[in-house]
Design a protein around this ligand. Sequence first.
Ligand SMILES: [Zn+2]
Length: 259
Amino acid sequence: MNGVFALRYAYRTASQRGEHFYGHVPDCCGDYPIDYFTWVVIDDDRTIVIDAGFTPQTALERGSRPYLATPLELLERLGRRAEDVTDLIVTHLHYDHTGFIDAYPGARVWLQRAELDFWTSPLADRGSFAHLKHEADIAGLRALTGSERLVLLEGDAAIDERVSAHLVGGHTPGMQVVRVETDEGPIVLASDASHFYANLEGDHPYGILYDLGDMYRAFDRLTELAGERGVVVPGHDPRVRERHDAIDAEGRIVRLRAR
Ligand SMILES: [Zn+2]
């Protein structure tokens, strides 16, 4: 099925408002559920996957993350197999975005060089950073370095005629977002440049970040990339299922539209 889709593979309801906004948060301890997504752009001759989720094993290890289906199982429901994936754009290297990087044998992997440099540096082994990485996933990427399968970007890049990657930083040093030009207008996949609509729309950065100034600049860039005709799709917001069209009963596959 051609289109742009969000694939909801897991979720967490044991999650509080204070986790998701930087600084002091009034009503810090109210429930604030989070969804885990990957995304895919399907057209006649390309299948471009954005981000690689986490595995069921990682869900078990971290706990309280009910798992719905792997991103590959959801992709198959849209008629594409892992072997059909031509490109995998990895927005950043937190554990919930790297679990299936090696699952697409024919895909070219697009990542910002600054992101790989950071997560293979000693700083990434320190407390709060180390908690956010999955070591085996980073090692797998490292093994791809120097091969034609891994493209290390240094700024914005066109993936094909309609899909482009844009370096924004902020959440992580090499965080990138993805813009998809559709017939109806642009769809900007923010990933964790804005976890929730309330981050971008309330101008309130997420609680986990690398550079606060760049978080704010990323908000401006997202708005600019969407323009007047487009939409920004946040990386973890259950409301994506309300603002767009869930096409299965369980809300695991959501067709995204610019409107
Ligand atoms: Zn994330």
